[in-house]
Design a protein around this ligand. Sequence first.
Ligand code: SF4
Length: 344
Amino acid sequence: MNLNKSIVINWHVTERCNYGCKHCFAKWGKQAEIWNNSADVERIIANISKHFRSQSYSQIRLNIVGGEPIMFPERLWNVVETAYKHNMETSIITNGSHLENIRPFAHLISQVGISVDSLDHQTNLNIGRESEGKTISFEQLHQKIEDIRKVNPDIKIKLNTVVNTFNYNEILVDRFAQLHIDKWKIFRQMPFNGNGGISDYKFYAFIRNNYNEELLQKNVPVHQDPIEALYMTDFVSDEKKDDETSNKQVIFIEDNKAMTESYLMISPDGRFFQNGSKEYSYSRPLTEVSLEEALSDIKFDSTKFEERYEQWSITIAVNEANAFFHVNDDDIGDFDCFCELSDD
Ligand code: SF4
């Protein structure tokens, strides 16, 4: 029996968001949000904890997603505290615009995932990652991350990027290397609700231009030129020298296949839902049936869940990108830019 089994449950607590991304799939039709009711929050979290502990999961992480959950800090604080009380880890996915709101309870949070599709103002406007014409600059993002680290120095910082039709030719890895992140997840825009997703060309071009573990491992100071750092073979920042995780994989890539039926997701009204088809399928509400009964209503592929974190699945994605552009083994490692090519 594997005593180190871990599971992540993604609870989309709200649909509301101050941004309007064109690729957003956080759409459930403005259902009632059960995080407004503390008794329901307690019941769902207690059931999750009891069920997965009985299945020998030693690590249970509640990943709180939206919409934009940090727009409602008091309700979010209650969910985080309840999960903490039940000995579960918590993480939050946010667009970063209100990150400062979590400072009072950041000590209870193990990871913050910030969605950053672009560092270019116009590209963010095109994507819809804006509120009243305001987007987040690199400097603001850096400051927000540093401010949270001051409250909780152990907090892990993850960045999420959805490769879409507006950002596929952008190089982000050099600036991300200056943020000293723990993880960077690269997703392919999912076909959903009338949008057709993106072409292989666009997805692979982004991977080819941004898959650079070596640069992320260098932990480049914000004042140093990242590309210069890349060619300084002995460069490792002082902070990183003693860090036993310095060779940990940072980049994770999820193509559409890996994203299907590999997440355990709860909708704002408290039902498991799945993304196996063009529309969501739902379980019965967790406030009305047991967690076991609700789980039996949906498809969840635990093998795919585990594979998402495997090195070989990332290698396959990178090899597919190289094969797509007919890159020879000898060329792999060169940091070529494919931005100039057209999407035929
Ligand atoms: S920030 Fe996230 S939740 Fe908000 S619109 Fe964009 S993708 Fe949707």
